[in-house]
Design a protein around this ligand. Structure first.
Ligand code: NAD
Ligand code: GLY
Length: 369
């Protein structure tokens, strides 16, 4: 098992990574579980696969789980999902000093964390991320949110968990497409800040996706270490350091908006293609060599993640795609900060990008096969 500490003044916490953590859940949580009854928020898929294992481990320690089971999917990250969660927690008489357990992917983690941030003006929560994406990204760093009519993740709070238990065994039941999506966020850490880890991904990405135990643990630990460093430096995304984690996300959001946030293109797939576009756009601007941009595309394509917009069969112009970016929540005083690359492992924030130029670039990409 590996342990990574997220260092934040007064709110530091551990991320434990390895197999068997759910089977040892009560011991891992120690004094965080003050009462006999333990409130757990999850979704139907995760409950079906892992609910019993978590319940058994709690019962063995003399505790009893209380379950709130949402329907799987982004729909739970909504005003309805939030009010259902908060009302249920109130019914469970959760107090400010208690901890709520979020057992699930990024949807359940974001929703439960947001509910915890407001319940009794803020109570504790424990992240038990069950998707690869949640283990390497969303469970660490304290961003919580729901989606509203105006867009994704537009209403939320920074609220750090007290503990993250990333049990890598639970990934055994994760659908392969979701595993690939999570892998996009893994390789992202290499591309944005760690050339040696990128090389490791080039050589070992297929082992991660195939659930090789050692490779998965290494990938999750490296990713969490990278995220913990960035979050410790810039918890609230004010200095620019945390913004680097948005590599690929601005292009990706435009593609998600154009495909209607649907199964046509999942978030991790949009980020994967978005990173390739960010690399190629960096090359167009003369920041990155064309060879490095194509090396990134090859590494991502080798994991059977999308690398060409043309493959999506979109019927829109480059300017229309760029126009989606105007609604990006990172818009700041009329400009949109882009994360670009000077090299593999060397991302930077560029506030001088013209959306018209991005539109022209996307028009070219839409045409090239
Ligand atoms: P998700 O939570 O919808 O999970 C994906 C699917 O996998 C769901 O159908 C879920 O039921 C299923 N699943 C999860 N774990 C499983 C398991 N072990 N076995 C079988 N099925 C399992 O999606 P996600 O990709 O985990 O997270 C995406 C969400 O995370 C988005 O809402 C995104 O906005 C958010 N996010 C947040 C942050 C952050 O910093 N807070 C960062 C990145 C993404
Ligand atoms: N996923 C981006 C962040 O946590 O900042």
């Amino acid at each position: 098992m590996a342990e990574v500490r997220v260092e934040l003044a007064g709110r530091s916490y551990d991320v434990r990574i390895g197999g068997g953590l759910i089977g040892n859940f009560a011991e891992e949580c120690g004094g965080l579980l003050r009462k006999t009854r333990v409130p757990i928020v999850t979704d139907r898929n995760v409950y079906a696969h892992w609910g019993e294992a978590l319940a058994q481990s709690l019962e063995a320690a003399g505790k009893h789980p209380a379950w709130l089971v949402h329907e799987p999917g982004e729909g739970a990250k909504s005003w309805d999902g939030l009010s259902r969660t908060v009302e249920w927690l109130l019914g469970e008489e959760v107090e400010r000093g208690d901890h709520i357990v979020a057992l699930g992917g990024g949807v359940i983690g974001d929703l439960t964390g947001f509910a915890a941030s407001m319940l009794k003006r803020g109570c504790g929560f424990i992240q038990v991320p069950t998707s690869l994406l949640a283990q390497v990204d969303s469970s660490v760093g304290g961003k919580t949110a729901i989606n509203v009519a105006a867009g994704k993740n537009l209403v939320g709070a920074f609220h750090q968990p007290s503990l993250v238990l990333a049990d890598t065994d639970v990934l055994s039941t994760l659908p392969e497409r979701e595993m690939r999506c999570g892998y996009a966020e893994v390789i992202k850490y290499g591309i944005l800040g760690d050339a040696a880890f990128f090389e490791w991904c080039e050589a070992n990405g297929s082992r991660v996706i195939a659930h090789d135990r050692e490779a998965v643990e290494y990938a999750v630990t490296e990713s969490v270490q990278a995220k913990a460093r960035i979050v410790a430096e810039d918890e609230r995304e004010t200095s620019g350091a945390r913004a680097l984690l948005n590599l690929g996300h601005t292009f990706g959001h435009a593609l998600e908006a154009e495909t209607g946030y649907s199964d046509r293109l999942l978030h991790g797939e949009a980020v994967a293609l978005g990173m390739v576009l960010a690399a190629r756009y960096s090359a167009r601007k003369g920041h990155l060599s064309a060879e490095d941009a194509e090396r990134i595309a090859e590494a991502i394509g080798a994991s059977r993640l999308p690398v060409e917009i043309a493959s999506l069969g979109l019927h829109c112009t480059g300017q229309a795609l760029a126009a989606h970016m105007l609604h990006d929540k990172k818009m700041d005083a009329g400009t949109l900060p882009f994360i670009l690359l000077r090299g593999i492992g060397d991302a930077f924030l560029d506030r001088e990008v013209s959306l018209e130029d991005v539109g022209a670039f996307l028009a070219q990409q839409l045409q090239s096969a």
